[in-house]
Design a protein around this ligand. Structure first.
Ligand code: ADP
Length: 667
């Protein structure tokens, strides 16, 4: 072997160094290229991820059918699906460790998941709650190597246990806020009973609640922890509590006997018997008997978790170590429970969500109340309108009565005017006789007065003066201002007096008056003057109608008779009869067929008769002429007309129209 010189050795060493350096440079360059390739591939993968169907594995810590988990998982799925451009496949695997808590199951569960996902490219794994954290921490690399992990529903206190590479959605239960609510609603309570199950998580929560309660400075609670009691025993103990205690129920996944639950299932049996109100931080307990709590929103948490996972898959958030914002707890209280315990909701924080609020009468029956108010208002308005109308009607009636009285008087004056010739004659006759007798007495005194003869003359003068006076009295009675005065009176005697006024006029017109006042003891409740006016008006009309009638046939028949519960006055003539076109309007005021007529006579008759509770009607008379009948109730059958009829009331007309026009008889 040839020995080498020292310089040769140095040169060789240099050459080796150079070669090594060149190799290193090459290796470095290769590494850089590889890195670029890797980065390009990564970018490509990320882009590809954005386009292919995402595969998402969800690992709930408990049974995924539990209401809280359901709500959370639904929100996760919804958020991810909404962001996925190429759709999503979800896989859910749960060991239900919270209730089973069996380490021996783990190898089998692990083997199952390894097999399951051996040939499935998973894009993200979402672990919910402590079990999922523990599990993914240990086995994630074995089952889903390199796949990003998002952890949710793990308390901030365990944050240190979460690997830095995992994304994290902080979720915390507001133990402090829930205890603050208990203090507000039960200011007098001094005892806090924490109820939990005996599963690992149950105990952890109970411990945390007890620590928080003891740490609260605002209240010196006596804190008892009842963990893992079987429901009957728990119920027994709760029943012994009173309003001076508050119960904080955390969770009960399992009791000491090994019986498992969904925690919300225990709330109802507890609340049924508990003498103290129950608090908690799970929204799923409310409505089952929990009174109040500062509750976490599983829906909001699910949304945050899903959004973070989607951001990672879309490349918007780092694949490792991303942290989302925590979802806040909020106050919720069951007002029905608060009332049941005789407590007051006044101290609850603003914006506290209240459930079981008994609707106020107003809220419940608003439509009915408004409807009733509208009806009442309408009724009130109607009544006011009716009252106003009644008042106006009264005024109008009073006015009409006044006018009617005045008109009646005017009509009587008119009648008197018509009778004036016969009246003058009737007064003139006795006055003439008085004058003659006075002359005769005077002459007798100049000669030898015979005492007997003078007595006889004086007696004649007295009789004639009385006769004239009677005529004047009757006329005055008819003409004087008169107000209605209903008294029991004999109809026949009233009509007799009326006839006395008419007799001379009839004679003047060469008309015979036949009167047959046959109704015996015809006692009516009436106004003498007004009833006489009825007779006068009807008889004058009858006389007017017979102006063209041959003298021999000019007869006015006046009769009275009993008719049902009253009496009838019948005035019949042999005149021209009721004009065919006048039948309808006969009793209308101002209707007349006479050249000098006023058209008030029959209208006044009808008004007077209806004021007396009676009826009047006119009809053609057999053999020519007309017959007018007035029916008046007897005193016994009298019912006063409530409203004094006006001269031309439509009711009267309607009554007249509706009634056939019999010749006499009762209406
Ligand atoms: P007037 O006598 O001023 O016309 P009335 O009211 O007394 O007013 O009568 C109204 C009308 O009724 C008369 O114009 C007449 O046409 C008719 N009438 C009244 N009474 C009779 C009667 N007995 N016979 C025929 N028509 C009559």
């Amino acid at each position: 072997m040839k020995e080498e010189s020292a310089p040769t050795i140095v040169a060789a060493a240099r050459a080796r160094t150079i070669v090594a350096a060149a190799r290193a440079r090459r290796a470095f360059a290769q590494a850089r290229i590889m890195r670029w390739v890797f980065l390009v591939m990564l970018g490509f993968c990320t882009c590809a991820n954005a386009e292919h169907t995402w595969r998402v594995v969800i690992l709930p810590g408990a049974d995924p059918t539990q209401p809280a988990a359901q709500e959370q998982i639904r929100a996760i799925r919804h958020s991810i699906a909404a962001a996925a451009p190429g759709g999503v496949e979800f896989y859910t695997d749960s060991l239900d460790d919270l209730r089973f808590d069996n380490a021996e199951l783990m190898p089998s569960f692990l083997a199952l998941l390894k097999r399951k996902y051996e040939h499935k490219q998973v894009d993200v794994v979402i672990g919910l709650a402590d079990f999922a954290l523990d599990f993914t921490k240990r086995y994630h690399d074995e089952i889903w190597p390199g796949v990003p992990v998002v952890i949710s529903s793990v308390a901030e206190s365990r944050k240190k246990d979460i690997p830095a590479a995992f994304a994290y959605v902080p979720t915390d239960f507001d133990v402090d806020g829930t205890l603050a609510l208990a203090e507000t609603l039960q200011p007098g309570a001094r005892r806090l009973v924490i109820v939990s199950g005996s599963a690992k998580l149950d105990l952890r929560f109970a411990q945390r609640a007890a620590d928080t309660a003891r740490a609260r400075m605002s209240r010196q609670w006596t804190v008892d922890v009842w963990s893992g009691l079987a429901v009957p025993e728990l119920q027994q103990r709760l029943a012994a509590l009173d309003r001076n205690a508050a119960v904080l129920y955390t969770t009960m996944y399992r009791d000491r006997t090994g019986r498992t639950f969904f925690p919300y299932e225990v709330v109802e049996p507890m609340a049924k018997v508990s003498g103290a109100p129950i608090y908690g931080w799970y929204p799923t307990y409310i409505g089952h008997g929990m009174m109040a709590g500062s509750v976490v929103s599983f829906e909001a948490n699910g949304r945050n978790t899903g959004a973070l996972a989607a951001s990672i898959l879309l490349g918007k958030a780092p694949r490792h170590g991303a942290v989302s914002s925590a979802s806040m707890s909020h106050c919720i209280a069951d007002l029905g429970m608060i009332e049941r315990f005789g407590l007051h909701a006044t101290g609850l924080p603003d914006g506290c969500e209240l459930i079981n609020v008994r609707p106020s009468l107003w809220r419940e029956y608003r439509v009915i109340v408004l409807g009733a108010a509208a009806v009442v208002l309408l009724q009130a308005l109607t009544i006011a309108a009716l009252l106003w109308q009644r008042k106006r009607r009264r005024i109008a009636e009073d006015e009409a009565t006044l006018r009617s009285d005045e008109l009646a008087r005017a009509a009587r004056l008119a009648s008197a005017g018509e009778l004036s010739a016969s009246v003058a004659h009737e007064i003139g006759q006795p006055l003439g006789a008085i004058l003659s007798n006075a002359d005769a007495a005077g002459m007798m005194l100049e000669d030898e007065p015979e005492e007997d003869e003078l007595h006889s003359i004086l007696a004649d003068i007295r009789r004639d003066a009385l006769r004239a006076n009677q005529v004047v009295q009757r006329l005055r009675a008819l003409l004087q201002k008169h107000t209605l005065d209903l008294v029991p009176l004999d109809l026949n005697s009233a009509f007799d007096e009326g006839l006395a006024l008419l007799g001379l006029e009839a004679r003047r017109r060469r008309i015979a008056v036949e009167s047959n006042l046959a109704a015996q003891d015809a006692c009516v409740l009436g106004d003498r003057v007004q009833l006489q006016q009825v007779l006068v008006n009807l008889v004058i009309n009858a006389m007017d109608a017979m102006e063209e009638t041959p003298v021999a046939e000019r007869i006015v028949s006046i009769s009275t008779r009993v008719a049902g519960t009253g009496y009838e006055l019948i005035v019949a003539d042999r005149g021209h009869g009721i004009p065919a076109d006048a039948t309808e309007r006969l009793f209308d005021s101002l209707f007349t067929t006479k050249p000098q007529g006023m058209g008030l006579g029959l209208s006044i008759v009808r008004t007077i008769v209806s004021t007396h509770g009676g009826r009047v009607w006119g009809a053609p008379r057999d053999g020519g002429g007309s017959v007018f009948t007035v029916w008046l109730p007897s005193v016994a059958g009298h019912t006063l007309s409530p409203v004094r009829a006006e001269f031309d009331t439509s009711t009267e007309k309607a009554a007249l129209k509706a009634r056939p026009m019999p010749q006499g008889g009762q209406p």
